[in-house]
Design a binder for this molecule. Structure first.
Ligand code: NAI
Length: 416
């Protein structure tokens, strides 16, 4: 048996009849509608598949759509020679063996930015809720208590919002906060163009010392792990608030609980935790439970129907662009190529092992068959090369078959 991590060279991907799409885990109907409108045969199922079930059902599938609960690992990928791409209709992609998919010539697309607005709106709500202590007042009235107080309640107009991580969410949030009359400052490790009247702070400490509200919008990376701990919390203004709807590993929760109990912070809103339950039926415990003016939510920052619909559209668009033009822009595990289609040509898409001499072999085939190349774009990573080639229509089929027969071939198909 071969020990190579790469699949054996193949014949071109076979697509007889309509392209077969399998969508699992109740992916939003917006995706089904878009894919069906392309003439694809779409099966949309509610549940996730266990590994054995996926291995059986993936055979013959051209496009697979999953969310977070279906694992797509080597055994399933090995059984799906016709699989063109995987759509992860969510943000994370660690449920897919990305390296293995790459070596099988299968790009994986996700939707990292479809819920940007949903998170920004949640944070706006929390800013007002915290400064008016709405969580506590609401709980009290539900319990039959009437505590009409103004002490410690404030308007947000004129207050300073400090945004850590001025990316998609951070910058969107800044625009919304300015519309409410807030002053907005941010700190980012990259140089970012400030929108509106927003100002960039030179250091994290400058941001912490100058904000009434500090909100985190950074990714989970080694540089952001526990970036807000005891020292940083002490730098924050007395009576200020902390909001974390980014990732659970960014804030040291015991340190935050101490800062709240001592009264140094006036409140906090937390949506993400270092360890989160796997399902809605699992219990959950955090040191922040029961503390006054602390809003705790179960990682719902991006969970809106609008975001689900946008995710469906975003991933379906990527899949369609890959099927129809070979575009891999945004794929998380693949060399990126996006080339305009040239009318009157046929496009060959070839994924091959990234070893010396492949392009020479391919160009020899093209020249031996007297084919005329209209355009050729190659992009590579450490393991594979992805070649998009536009040829005269009359020679494209034999060229495609000859390329698919090369020892270095992983996956080849032709667009008609
Ligand atoms: P993004 O990639 O657009 O922006 C992140 C920004 O953080 C970038 O500008 C980057 O330069 C900056 N950054 C990285 N390391 C930094 C550091 N050490 N210090 C300061 N800035 C740093 O990401 P996006 O889409 O704005 O998402 C931000 C976070 O929100 C991510 O962690 C994401 O996972 C999380 N998120 C949470 C959701 C929820 O349901 N609560 C939903 C969607 C995203």
């Amino acid at each position: 048996m071969s020990t190579s991590p790469f699949p054996s060279p193949s014949i071109p991907v076979s697509i007889d009849g309509p392209l077969k799409v399998l969508l699992l885990e109740n992916i939003h109907v917006s995706a089904e509608e878009m894919l069906a409108a392309e003439g694809f045969s779409v099966e949309r199922l509610k549940g996730a598949f266990k590994p054995e079930e996926l291995e059986e059902r993936i055979q013959g599938v051209h496009l697979l759509g999953i969310r977070s609960k279906t694992n797509v690992f080597e055994p399933a990928l090995a059984k799906a020679p016709n699989l063109l791409a995987v759509g992860a209709f969510c943000i994370g992609t660690n449920q897919v063996d990305l390296k293995s998919a790459n070596r099988h010539g299968v790009p994986v697309f996700n939707a990292p930015f479809s819920n940007t607005r949903s998170v920004a709106e949640l944070v706006i709500a929390e800013i007002i809720m915290l400064t008016r202590q709405l969580g506590d007042r609401s709980r009290e009235v539900h319990a039959g208590q009437w505590r009409k107080v103004a002490t410690g309640s404030h308007e947000v107009r004129g207050k300073t919002l400090g945004i850590i991580g001025y990316g998609h969410i951070g910058s969107q949030l800044g625009v919304l906060a300015e519309a409410m009359g807030m002053r907005v400052i941010f700190y980012d490790v990259m140089t970012k163009l400030p929108l509106g009247n927003t100002r960039s702070m030179p250091t994290l400490n400058d941001l912490l010392e100058n904000s009434d509200f500090v909100t985190l919008h950074v990714p989970a990376t080694p540089s952001t792990e526990w970036m807000i701990g005891e020292t940083q919390l002490k730098r924050m203004r007395p009576g200020s608030y902390l909001i974390n709807a980014s990732r659970g590993t960014v804030v040291d929760i015991p340190a935050l609980a101490r800062a709240l109990k001592s009264g140094h912070l006036a409140g906090a809103a937390v949506d993400v935790y270092p360890e989160e339950p796997e399902t809605n039926s699992d219990g959950f415990v955090t040191e922040l439970q029961g503390l006054p003016n602390v809003i705790l939510t179960p990682h719902i920052g991006g969970s809106t129907e609008e975001a689900q619909a946008a995710i469906g559209k975003e991933v379906a668009t990527s899949l369609i662009k890959y099927v129809k033009a070979g575009a891999t822009t945004g794929a998380v595990n693949f060399p990126q190529v996006e080339a305009p289609l040239i009318p009157g040509t046929h496009r060959i898409l070839n994924v091959h092992r990234n070893v010396p001499g492949v392009l020479r072999d391919i160009n020899k085939i093209v020249s031996d068959l007297n084919a005329n190349i209209h355009a050729q774009v190659l992009s590579t990573d450490a393991n594979i090369g992805y070649l998009v080639m536009d040829l005269d229509q009359d020679v494209a089929n034999p060229v495609c078959e000859a390329i698919a027969g090369l020892k270095t071939d992983i996956k080849t198909r032709i667009l008609s």
